[in-house]
Design a protein around this ligand. Structure first.
Ligand code: HPA
Length: 247
């Protein structure tokens, strides 16, 4: 059973990883965002991948999600914990909140979003009723309890195209759609994981109030400040989940 962690903005390495080995790999879909870092955390083998590259240079709409997922699968991963920085709409999901979403709405366009497009022997439509692995979600809930990290369980992740942030009116529309948190990277990542039969769950760190939901405009300085404090909790939770050998 292999577990992988895909780190988003602000999460570029898995601290505490021992016997680290960097693997530069390529796939039939191209090259992943960064070398895969394989290692052992408390006796559990883990593969880490920085979604936006190292240094952070690949914007959400340019990430080669297919290469990333295929590379992790090829290296033996069968479950994936994805870390995503997001904006908060739901009143309980303000900056520094940690959310374990249970649903997704996809607003992206023009991204390579499926493995099943060309040279098919048959057309494939994967089930995506429940985008996240319930088993992995419950294990993250248990890990959060064990390490006393507050986790908001449940929520709808709306994935926008970016790289710009939303207008206030777009945020109002997203809220009417039922979106609780907004990010730019859950899709097509979650759907591609499903196509490869990989268990997948997202830990979303809220790094700003969504556009129009606070007095101030959204600045990168503020986002980075929240990332720096909030990722400490994310790291503890991920380490706990991995150390318990539960992922
Ligand atoms: N919107 C979309 N993606 C984001 C945001 C946001 O407000 N914050 C961090 N990623």
């Amino acid at each position: 059973m292999g577990v992988a962690v895909i780190g988003g903005s602000g999460f570029y390495q898995l601290e505490g990883l021992e016997q680290r080995e960097e693997r530069v790999v390529t796939t039939r879909w191209g090259t992943p965002s960064a070398p895969l870092v394989k290692g052992v955390l408390n006796g559990v083998e883990v593969i880490f991948l920085a979604r936006h590259g190292i240094p952070h240079r690949i914007p959400p709409h340019r990430v080669n999600y297919r290469a990333n997922l295929q590379a992790l699968k090829d290296e033996g991963a069968d479950s994936i914990i994805a870390i995503n920085a997001v904006g908060g709409i739901h009143p309980r999901m303000g900056p520094e909140a940690l959310v374990l979403p249970d649903q997704i709405i996809d607003y992206t366009w023009g991204r390579e979003h499926t493995f099943f497009a060309d040279q098919l022997e048959e057309v494939v439509h994967v089930d995506f009723s429940y985008p996240y692995s319930e088993r992995l979600r419950q294990q993250l809930v248990a890990a959060a309890d064990a390490c006393s990290v507050e986790l908001q369980v449940g929520g709808v992740y709306g994935c926008t195209q970016g790289p710009r942030l939303e207008s206030a009116a777009e945020v109002n529309r997203l809220e009417r759609d039922g979106v609780d948190i907004i990010g730019m990277t859950a899709m097509p990542e979650a759907a591609l994981a499903r196509e490869l039969d990989l268990e997948y769950a997202t830990l979303a760190l809220v790094v700003n109030w969504a556009a129009g939901r606070s007095e101030a405009l959204i600045t990168m300085e503020e986002i980075h400040r929240v990332i720096n404090t909030g990722m400490i909790n994310v790291l503890s939770l991920v380490r706990e989940a991995l150390a318990r050998g539960e992922a």
